[in-house]
Design a binder for this molecule. Sequence first.
Ligand code: GDP
Ligand code: MG
Length: 437
Amino acid sequence: LSSSLKDVFKKISGSSYIDKETIKEVSKDIQRALLKADVNVKLVISLTNRLQERAATEKPPAGMSEQDFILKIIYEELLSILGEESRIELKPQTIMLVGLYGNGKTTTAGKLARFFIKKGLSVGLIAADVHRPGAYEQLEQISKQVNSLFYGEKNEKDPVKIIKNGLDRLGDAKVKIIDTSGRDSLDDELIDEIKRIKNEIKPDEVLYVVDATLGQQVGPQAKVLNDAVSISGVIITKMDGTGKGGGALSAVAEIKSPVYFIGTGEHMEDFEVFNPRKFLSRLLGMGDIDALMEAVKETNITEEEAEKSLDKLMSGKFNLKDMYDVWEKFSKPGLLKKIFNSMPLSRIPGGDKLNDSEIDRANEKLNIYRVILDSMTYSELENPDIINAKRIKRISIGSGKDEREVRALLKEYNAMKNNMKMIKSNRNFKKLLKSQM
Ligand code: GDP
Ligand code: MG
Protein backbone atom coordinates (compact mmCIF):
# COMPACT_ATOMS: atom_id res chain seq x y z
CA LEU A 1 0.00 0.00 0.00
CA SER A 2 2.63 2.42 1.11
CA SER A 3 4.96 3.19 -1.75
CA SER A 4 2.45 3.94 -4.49
CA LEU A 5 0.20 6.03 -2.25
CA LYS A 6 3.27 7.92 -1.20
CA ASP A 7 3.85 8.67 -4.88
CA VAL A 8 0.31 9.98 -5.23
CA PHE A 9 0.92 12.38 -2.38
CA LYS A 10 4.21 13.50 -3.91
CA LYS A 11 2.61 13.95 -7.29
CA ILE A 12 -0.05 16.26 -5.91
CA SER A 13 2.19 18.40 -3.77
CA GLY A 14 4.62 18.67 -6.70
CA SER A 15 2.06 19.75 -9.29
CA SER A 16 1.84 23.43 -10.12
CA TYR A 17 -1.94 23.44 -10.48
CA ILE A 18 -4.84 21.06 -9.95
CA ASP A 19 -7.45 20.62 -12.63
CA LYS A 20 -10.03 17.96 -13.43
CA GLU A 21 -7.47 15.98 -15.40
CA THR A 22 -5.06 15.87 -12.49
CA ILE A 23 -7.82 14.67 -10.17
CA LYS A 24 -8.79 11.94 -12.62
CA GLU A 25 -5.21 10.83 -12.94
CA VAL A 26 -4.71 10.85 -9.20
CA SER A 27 -7.94 8.89 -8.72
CA LYS A 28 -6.58 6.17 -10.98
CA ASP A 29 -3.31 6.07 -9.04
CA ILE A 30 -5.20 5.76 -5.77
CA GLN A 31 -7.38 3.02 -7.18
CA ARG A 32 -4.36 1.09 -8.32
CA ALA A 33 -2.63 1.46 -4.95
CA LEU A 34 -5.68 0.45 -2.92
CA LEU A 35 -6.52 -2.51 -5.13
CA LYS A 36 -2.95 -3.69 -4.84
CA ALA A 37 -3.37 -3.50 -1.06
CA ASP A 38 -6.44 -5.69 -1.48
CA VAL A 39 -9.04 -3.10 -0.53
CA ASN A 40 -12.53 -3.98 -1.79
CA VAL A 41 -13.27 -2.75 -5.33
CA LYS A 42 -16.62 -1.20 -4.44
CA LEU A 43 -15.05 0.69 -1.55
CA VAL A 44 -12.24 1.93 -3.79
CA ILE A 45 -14.63 3.17 -6.46
CA SER A 46 -16.84 4.97 -3.99
CA LEU A 47 -13.81 6.58 -2.39
CA THR A 48 -12.51 7.98 -5.65
CA ASN A 49 -16.02 9.06 -6.64
CA ARG A 50 -16.26 11.03 -3.42
CA LEU A 51 -12.83 12.51 -4.04
CA GLN A 52 -13.86 13.71 -7.49
CA GLU A 53 -17.13 15.09 -6.23
CA ARG A 54 -15.58 16.90 -3.30
CA ALA A 55 -12.77 18.28 -5.45
CA ALA A 56 -15.35 19.67 -7.87
CA THR A 57 -17.71 21.18 -5.31
CA GLU A 58 -15.74 22.11 -2.21
CA LYS A 59 -13.47 25.11 -1.97
CA PRO A 60 -10.26 25.20 0.04
CA PRO A 61 -10.52 27.35 3.16
CA ALA A 62 -8.85 30.74 2.98
CA GLY A 63 -5.09 30.42 2.94
CA MET A 64 -4.98 26.73 2.06
CA SER A 65 -3.50 25.81 -1.29
CA GLU A 66 -5.48 23.71 -3.77
CA GLN A 67 -2.82 21.01 -3.48
CA ASP A 68 -3.03 20.78 0.29
CA PHE A 69 -6.77 20.78 0.11
CA ILE A 70 -6.85 17.80 -2.23
CA LEU A 71 -4.35 15.96 -0.03
CA LYS A 72 -6.57 16.66 2.94
CA ILE A 73 -9.62 15.24 1.17
CA ILE A 74 -7.74 12.10 0.16
CA TYR A 75 -6.42 11.71 3.69
CA GLU A 76 -9.90 12.05 5.18
CA GLU A 77 -11.43 9.62 2.74
CA LEU A 78 -8.67 7.06 3.33
CA LEU A 79 -9.16 7.45 7.05
CA SER A 80 -12.84 6.70 6.67
CA ILE A 81 -12.01 3.18 5.40
CA LEU A 82 -9.99 2.45 8.49
CA GLY A 83 -12.69 3.32 11.00
CA GLU A 84 -12.57 5.39 14.16
CA GLU A 85 -9.93 5.10 16.83
CA SER A 86 -11.10 3.22 19.88
CA ARG A 87 -9.18 2.01 22.90
CA ILE A 88 -9.86 -1.03 25.01
CA GLU A 89 -10.81 -0.08 28.55
CA LEU A 90 -8.25 -0.52 31.30
CA LYS A 91 -10.47 -2.07 33.93
CA PRO A 92 -11.15 -5.44 35.53
CA GLN A 93 -12.93 -7.51 32.92
CA THR A 94 -13.39 -10.86 31.22
CA ILE A 95 -12.31 -11.11 27.61
CA MET A 96 -13.11 -13.94 25.24
CA LEU A 97 -11.08 -14.45 22.08
CA VAL A 98 -12.69 -16.01 19.03
CA GLY A 99 -11.40 -16.90 15.58
CA LEU A 100 -10.34 -19.71 13.27
CA TYR A 101 -7.33 -22.01 13.56
CA GLY A 102 -3.94 -20.48 13.13
CA ASN A 103 -5.14 -16.88 13.12
CA GLY A 104 -3.16 -16.16 16.27
CA LYS A 105 -5.64 -16.44 19.16
CA THR A 106 -3.34 -18.17 21.61
CA THR A 107 -0.39 -15.93 20.79
CA THR A 108 -2.64 -12.88 21.07
CA ALA A 109 -3.95 -14.04 24.46
CA GLY A 110 -0.36 -13.76 25.69
CA LYS A 111 0.24 -10.39 24.01
CA LEU A 112 -2.96 -9.02 25.46
CA ALA A 113 -2.00 -10.33 28.92
CA ARG A 114 1.34 -8.59 28.60
CA PHE A 115 -0.39 -5.36 27.59
CA PHE A 116 -2.66 -5.33 30.67
CA ILE A 117 0.11 -6.41 33.04
CA LYS A 118 2.22 -3.50 31.82
CA LYS A 119 -0.68 -1.22 32.62
CA GLY A 120 -0.81 -2.55 36.17
CA LEU A 121 -3.71 -4.98 35.85
CA SER A 122 -3.03 -8.58 36.83
CA VAL A 123 -4.10 -11.17 34.28
CA GLY A 124 -5.29 -14.75 34.32
CA LEU A 125 -5.24 -16.78 31.11
CA ILE A 126 -7.82 -19.54 30.73
CA ALA A 127 -7.20 -22.40 28.31
CA ALA A 128 -10.58 -23.28 26.87
CA ASP A 129 -9.42 -24.66 23.53
CA VAL A 130 -10.48 -28.28 24.00
CA HIS A 131 -9.95 -29.25 20.37
CA ARG A 132 -6.40 -28.60 19.40
CA PRO A 133 -3.87 -31.04 20.90
CA GLY A 134 -1.22 -29.12 22.76
CA ALA A 135 -3.33 -25.99 23.14
CA TYR A 136 -3.13 -26.26 26.93
CA GLU A 137 0.67 -26.53 26.95
CA GLN A 138 1.04 -23.68 24.44
CA LEU A 139 -0.96 -21.26 26.56
CA GLU A 140 0.68 -22.43 29.79
CA GLN A 141 4.08 -21.76 28.26
CA ILE A 142 2.99 -18.31 27.07
CA SER A 143 1.59 -17.42 30.50
CA LYS A 144 5.02 -18.14 31.99
CA GLN A 145 6.62 -15.85 29.42
CA VAL A 146 4.38 -12.92 30.26
CA ASN A 147 4.10 -13.61 34.00
CA SER A 148 0.36 -14.10 34.10
CA LEU A 149 -1.72 -16.56 36.06
CA PHE A 150 -2.95 -19.60 34.19
CA TYR A 151 -5.80 -22.04 34.42
CA GLY A 152 -6.60 -25.10 32.35
CA GLU A 153 -7.88 -28.69 32.64
CA LYS A 154 -6.20 -31.24 30.47
CA ASN A 155 -8.94 -33.88 30.43
CA GLU A 156 -12.12 -31.82 30.55
CA LYS A 157 -13.92 -31.62 27.21
CA ASP A 158 -16.51 -28.98 28.10
CA PRO A 159 -15.04 -25.51 27.66
CA VAL A 160 -17.81 -23.86 29.72
CA LYS A 161 -16.92 -26.02 32.74
CA ILE A 162 -13.24 -25.13 32.38
CA ILE A 163 -13.98 -21.43 32.09
CA LYS A 164 -16.31 -21.41 35.10
CA ASN A 165 -13.70 -23.18 37.22
CA GLY A 166 -11.03 -20.87 35.84
CA LEU A 167 -12.94 -17.68 36.64
CA ASP A 168 -13.38 -19.04 40.13
CA ARG A 169 -9.80 -20.08 40.69
CA LEU A 170 -8.29 -16.96 39.11
CA GLY A 171 -10.57 -14.70 41.12
CA ASP A 172 -7.65 -12.49 42.12
CA ALA A 173 -6.70 -11.60 38.57
CA LYS A 174 -8.17 -8.31 37.39
CA VAL A 175 -8.40 -9.29 33.74
CA LYS A 176 -9.34 -12.79 32.65
CA ILE A 177 -8.61 -13.76 29.08
CA ILE A 178 -10.25 -16.83 27.60
CA ASP A 179 -8.55 -18.63 24.72
CA THR A 180 -11.19 -20.62 22.82
CA SER A 181 -11.07 -23.32 20.14
CA GLY A 182 -10.90 -22.52 16.48
CA ARG A 183 -11.73 -24.72 13.49
CA ASP A 184 -10.46 -24.88 9.94
CA SER A 185 -13.63 -23.19 8.80
CA LEU A 186 -16.70 -21.64 10.34
CA ASP A 187 -18.85 -24.71 10.91
CA ASP A 188 -21.97 -25.10 13.03
CA GLU A 189 -20.05 -26.93 15.72
CA LEU A 190 -17.75 -23.97 16.28
CA ILE A 191 -20.56 -21.43 16.16
CA ASP A 192 -22.58 -23.45 18.67
CA GLU A 193 -19.60 -23.77 20.97
CA ILE A 194 -18.70 -20.09 21.11
CA LYS A 195 -22.35 -19.06 21.33
CA ARG A 196 -22.78 -21.34 24.35
CA ILE A 197 -19.65 -19.92 26.00
CA LYS A 198 -20.78 -16.38 25.35
CA ASN A 199 -24.29 -16.99 26.72
CA GLU A 200 -23.19 -18.81 29.85
CA ILE A 201 -20.09 -16.78 30.72
CA LYS A 202 -21.23 -13.35 29.50
CA PRO A 203 -17.76 -11.90 28.89
CA ASP A 204 -17.33 -8.10 28.84
CA GLU A 205 -15.52 -8.24 25.51
CA VAL A 206 -15.66 -10.70 22.64
CA LEU A 207 -12.58 -10.04 20.56
CA TYR A 208 -12.23 -11.42 17.05
CA VAL A 209 -8.65 -12.42 16.24
CA VAL A 210 -8.00 -12.49 12.52
CA ASP A 211 -5.02 -12.95 10.24
CA ALA A 212 -4.24 -9.94 8.01
CA THR A 213 -2.74 -12.11 5.28
CA LEU A 214 -6.22 -13.41 4.48
CA GLY A 215 -7.04 -9.98 3.08
CA GLN A 216 -10.60 -9.01 2.25
CA GLN A 217 -11.77 -12.61 2.33
CA VAL A 218 -12.18 -12.12 6.10
CA GLY A 219 -15.28 -10.02 5.37
CA PRO A 220 -17.89 -12.83 5.25
CA GLN A 221 -16.23 -14.61 8.20
CA ALA A 222 -16.35 -11.48 10.32
CA LYS A 223 -20.02 -11.06 9.49
CA VAL A 224 -21.01 -14.61 10.45
CA LEU A 225 -19.11 -14.39 13.74
CA ASN A 226 -20.54 -10.98 14.49
CA ASP A 227 -24.08 -12.27 13.89
CA ALA A 228 -23.40 -15.23 16.18
CA VAL A 229 -21.64 -13.68 19.16
CA SER A 230 -21.61 -9.94 18.43
CA ILE A 231 -17.97 -9.02 18.24
CA SER A 232 -17.03 -6.08 20.46
CA GLY A 233 -13.55 -5.55 19.05
CA VAL A 234 -11.04 -6.85 16.54
CA ILE A 235 -7.37 -7.74 16.70
CA ILE A 236 -5.67 -8.11 13.34
CA THR A 237 -2.59 -10.33 13.49
CA LYS A 238 0.35 -10.84 11.13
CA MET A 239 0.37 -7.28 9.84
CA ASP A 240 4.10 -7.85 9.45
CA GLY A 241 4.95 -9.30 6.10
CA THR A 242 1.76 -8.59 4.20
CA GLY A 243 0.78 -5.94 1.71
CA LYS A 244 -2.81 -7.04 2.17
CA GLY A 245 -3.42 -5.31 5.48
CA GLY A 246 -5.73 -2.85 3.75
CA GLY A 247 -8.00 -5.73 2.76
CA ALA A 248 -8.48 -7.14 6.23
CA LEU A 249 -8.82 -3.68 7.76
CA SER A 250 -11.42 -2.47 5.29
CA ALA A 251 -13.30 -5.78 5.47
CA VAL A 252 -13.64 -5.76 9.25
CA ALA A 253 -14.54 -2.07 9.20
CA GLU A 254 -17.85 -3.24 7.77
CA ILE A 255 -18.96 -4.93 10.97
CA LYS A 256 -18.39 -1.62 12.75
CA SER A 257 -16.47 -3.13 15.64
CA PRO A 258 -13.32 -1.19 16.50
CA VAL A 259 -9.90 -2.58 15.71
CA TYR A 260 -8.15 -2.41 19.07
CA PHE A 261 -4.74 -3.88 18.29
CA ILE A 262 -2.55 -5.16 15.50
CA GLY A 263 -0.06 -8.01 15.76
CA THR A 264 3.24 -7.35 14.08
CA GLY A 265 5.27 -10.49 14.73
CA GLU A 266 5.54 -13.77 16.60
CA HIS A 267 7.02 -12.36 19.79
CA MET A 268 4.99 -11.19 22.77
CA GLU A 269 6.12 -7.59 22.31
CA ASP A 270 5.09 -7.47 18.64
CA PHE A 271 1.76 -5.87 19.43
CA GLU A 272 0.49 -2.34 18.92
CA VAL A 273 -2.55 -0.36 19.90
CA PHE A 274 -4.24 0.43 16.60
CA ASN A 275 -4.41 4.12 15.83
CA PRO A 276 -5.90 4.73 12.36
CA ARG A 277 -4.37 8.19 11.90
CA LYS A 278 -0.92 7.07 12.85
CA PHE A 279 -1.28 3.95 10.77
CA LEU A 280 -2.26 5.99 7.73
CA SER A 281 0.51 8.52 8.27
CA ARG A 282 2.96 5.67 8.32
CA LEU A 283 1.54 4.12 5.17
CA LEU A 284 1.71 7.43 3.41
CA GLY A 285 5.23 8.00 4.59
CA MET A 286 4.35 11.30 6.15
CA GLY A 287 6.74 11.90 8.98
CA ASP A 288 5.21 12.22 12.40
CA ILE A 289 5.76 15.94 12.31
CA ASP A 290 3.38 16.01 9.37
CA ALA A 291 0.74 14.35 11.48
CA LEU A 292 1.12 17.12 14.00
CA MET A 293 0.86 19.73 11.32
CA GLU A 294 -2.10 17.93 9.84
CA ALA A 295 -4.01 18.97 12.92
CA VAL A 296 -2.99 22.55 12.27
CA LYS A 297 -3.97 22.27 8.64
CA GLU A 298 -7.32 20.87 9.55
CA THR A 299 -8.34 23.84 11.57
CA ASN A 300 -6.97 26.45 9.22
CA ILE A 301 -3.70 27.41 7.69
CA THR A 302 -3.56 31.17 7.86
CA GLU A 303 -0.45 32.38 9.64
CA GLU A 304 -2.47 33.64 12.50
CA GLU A 305 -4.38 30.41 12.93
CA ALA A 306 -1.25 28.28 12.73
CA GLU A 307 0.30 30.43 15.36
CA LYS A 308 -2.69 29.93 17.60
CA SER A 309 -2.47 26.16 17.27
CA LEU A 310 1.17 26.22 18.22
CA ASP A 311 0.40 28.41 21.18
CA LYS A 312 -2.16 25.90 22.32
CA LEU A 313 0.39 23.12 22.05
CA MET A 314 2.78 25.07 24.21
CA SER A 315 0.32 26.36 26.70
CA GLY A 316 -0.13 25.15 30.24
CA LYS A 317 -2.34 22.19 29.36
CA PHE A 318 0.58 19.97 28.50
CA ASN A 319 0.43 16.39 29.78
CA LEU A 320 2.59 13.28 29.42
CA LYS A 321 0.58 12.22 26.40
CA ASP A 322 1.46 15.48 24.67
CA MET A 323 5.07 15.02 25.62
CA TYR A 324 4.99 11.51 24.20
CA ASP A 325 3.52 12.83 20.96
CA VAL A 326 6.02 15.64 20.72
CA TRP A 327 8.87 13.22 21.29
CA GLU A 328 7.61 10.87 18.68
CA LYS A 329 7.36 13.71 16.25
CA PHE A 330 10.75 15.11 17.03
CA SER A 331 12.72 11.89 17.29
CA LYS A 332 13.16 11.91 13.53
CA PRO A 333 16.93 11.81 12.90
CA GLY A 334 18.34 15.26 12.66
CA LEU A 335 15.20 17.06 13.69
CA LEU A 336 16.03 17.04 17.36
CA LYS A 337 19.35 18.65 16.58
CA LYS A 338 17.73 21.26 14.39
CA ILE A 339 15.34 22.13 17.14
CA PHE A 340 17.99 22.28 19.82
CA ASN A 341 20.05 24.51 17.57
CA SER A 342 17.15 26.82 16.97
CA MET A 343 16.67 27.46 20.65
CA PRO A 344 18.76 29.89 22.57
CA LEU A 345 21.20 27.37 24.04
CA SER A 346 21.63 29.25 27.24
CA ARG A 347 18.08 28.33 28.09
CA ILE A 348 18.70 24.58 27.94
CA PRO A 349 20.63 23.19 30.89
CA GLY A 350 23.97 22.13 29.42
CA GLY A 351 22.78 23.32 26.03
CA ASP A 352 25.95 25.19 25.23
CA LYS A 353 27.82 21.88 25.15
CA LEU A 354 25.35 20.10 22.89
CA ASN A 355 27.12 18.11 20.16
CA ASP A 356 26.33 15.07 18.03
CA SER A 357 27.00 12.47 20.69
CA GLU A 358 24.82 14.39 23.11
CA ILE A 359 22.06 14.24 20.56
CA ASP A 360 22.57 10.49 20.15
CA ARG A 361 22.33 10.09 23.88
CA ALA A 362 19.18 12.15 23.95
CA ASN A 363 17.65 9.88 21.34
CA GLU A 364 18.67 6.83 23.35
CA LYS A 365 17.05 8.29 26.40
CA LEU A 366 13.87 8.95 24.48
CA ASN A 367 13.70 5.26 23.68
CA ILE A 368 13.88 4.34 27.36
CA TYR A 369 11.26 6.93 28.19
CA ARG A 370 8.99 5.60 25.50
CA VAL A 371 9.07 2.13 27.08
CA ILE A 372 8.20 3.66 30.44
CA LEU A 373 5.34 5.71 28.99
CA ASP A 374 4.01 2.52 27.43
CA SER A 375 3.53 1.13 30.92
CA MET A 376 1.41 4.01 32.09
CA THR A 377 -2.37 4.00 32.09
CA TYR A 378 -4.31 6.48 29.97
CA SER A 379 -5.25 8.48 33.05
CA GLU A 380 -1.63 8.69 34.18
CA LEU A 381 -0.59 9.96 30.76
CA GLU A 382 -3.36 12.50 30.73
CA ASN A 383 -3.00 13.58 34.29
CA PRO A 384 0.61 13.04 35.44
CA ASP A 385 -0.05 14.63 38.82
CA ILE A 386 -1.66 11.42 40.06
CA ILE A 387 1.57 9.45 39.70
CA ASN A 388 2.60 8.71 43.28
CA ALA A 389 5.28 6.43 44.72
CA LYS A 390 3.06 3.38 44.48
CA ARG A 391 2.32 4.05 40.83
CA ILE A 392 6.00 4.71 40.13
CA LYS A 393 6.80 1.29 41.53
CA ARG A 394 4.18 -0.40 39.35
CA ILE A 395 5.32 1.48 36.23
CA SER A 396 8.90 0.50 36.98
CA ILE A 397 7.99 -3.19 37.24
CA GLY A 398 5.76 -3.07 34.18
CA SER A 399 8.36 -1.42 31.98
CA GLY A 400 11.36 -3.28 33.37
CA LYS A 401 13.05 0.07 33.97
CA ASP A 402 14.53 1.39 37.16
CA GLU A 403 12.33 3.47 39.48
CA ARG A 404 15.02 6.12 39.20
CA GLU A 405 14.45 6.28 35.45
CA VAL A 406 10.72 6.71 35.95
CA ARG A 407 11.38 9.56 38.35
CA ALA A 408 13.86 11.12 35.93
CA LEU A 409 11.21 11.06 33.24
CA LEU A 410 8.70 12.80 35.47
CA LYS A 411 11.26 15.39 36.38
CA GLU A 412 11.98 15.99 32.73
CA TYR A 413 8.31 16.26 31.99
CA ASN A 414 7.99 19.04 34.53
CA ALA A 415 11.00 20.80 33.07
CA MET A 416 9.61 20.44 29.57
CA LYS A 417 6.28 21.78 30.67
CA ASN A 418 8.05 24.87 31.90
CA ASN A 419 10.18 25.09 28.77
CA MET A 420 7.07 24.96 26.64
CA LYS A 421 5.83 28.04 28.37
CA MET A 422 9.18 29.70 27.87
CA ILE A 423 9.64 28.96 24.16
CA LYS A 424 6.11 30.02 23.55
CA SER A 425 7.48 33.49 23.18
CA ASN A 426 10.41 32.48 20.97
CA ARG A 427 9.82 33.48 17.37
CA ASN A 428 12.68 31.46 15.87
CA PHE A 429 11.40 28.26 17.34
CA LYS A 430 7.94 28.92 16.09
CA LYS A 431 9.24 29.70 12.63
CA LEU A 432 11.11 26.40 12.57
CA LEU A 433 8.03 24.47 13.59
CA LYS A 434 6.01 26.16 10.92
CA SER A 435 8.60 25.40 8.26
CA GLN A 436 8.00 21.72 9.02
CA MET A 437 4.31 22.02 8.25
P1 GDP B 1 -4.49 -19.92 17.04
O1 GDP B 1 -4.66 -21.24 16.37
O2 GDP B 1 -5.52 -18.95 16.57
O3 GDP B 1 -4.45 -20.02 18.53
O4 GDP B 1 -3.10 -19.33 16.54
P2 GDP B 1 -1.67 -19.31 17.27
O5 GDP B 1 -1.65 -18.30 18.33
O6 GDP B 1 -1.27 -20.68 17.64
O7 GDP B 1 -0.76 -18.75 16.09
C1 GDP B 1 -0.55 -19.42 14.88
C2 GDP B 1 0.78 -19.01 14.28
O8 GDP B 1 0.77 -17.65 13.94
C3 GDP B 1 1.93 -19.17 15.28
O9 GDP B 1 3.05 -19.69 14.58
C4 GDP B 1 2.22 -17.75 15.74
O10 GDP B 1 3.56 -17.56 16.11
C5 GDP B 1 1.88 -16.96 14.50
N1 GDP B 1 1.49 -15.58 14.79
C6 GDP B 1 0.54 -15.10 15.64
N2 GDP B 1 0.45 -13.75 15.60
C7 GDP B 1 1.37 -13.33 14.70
C8 GDP B 1 1.77 -12.04 14.19
O11 GDP B 1 1.26 -10.97 14.55
N3 GDP B 1 2.78 -12.04 13.25
C9 GDP B 1 3.36 -13.20 12.81
N4 GDP B 1 4.32 -13.10 11.90
N5 GDP B 1 3.00 -14.41 13.27
C10 GDP B 1 2.03 -14.49 14.19
MG1 MG C 1 -4.77 -21.59 19.77
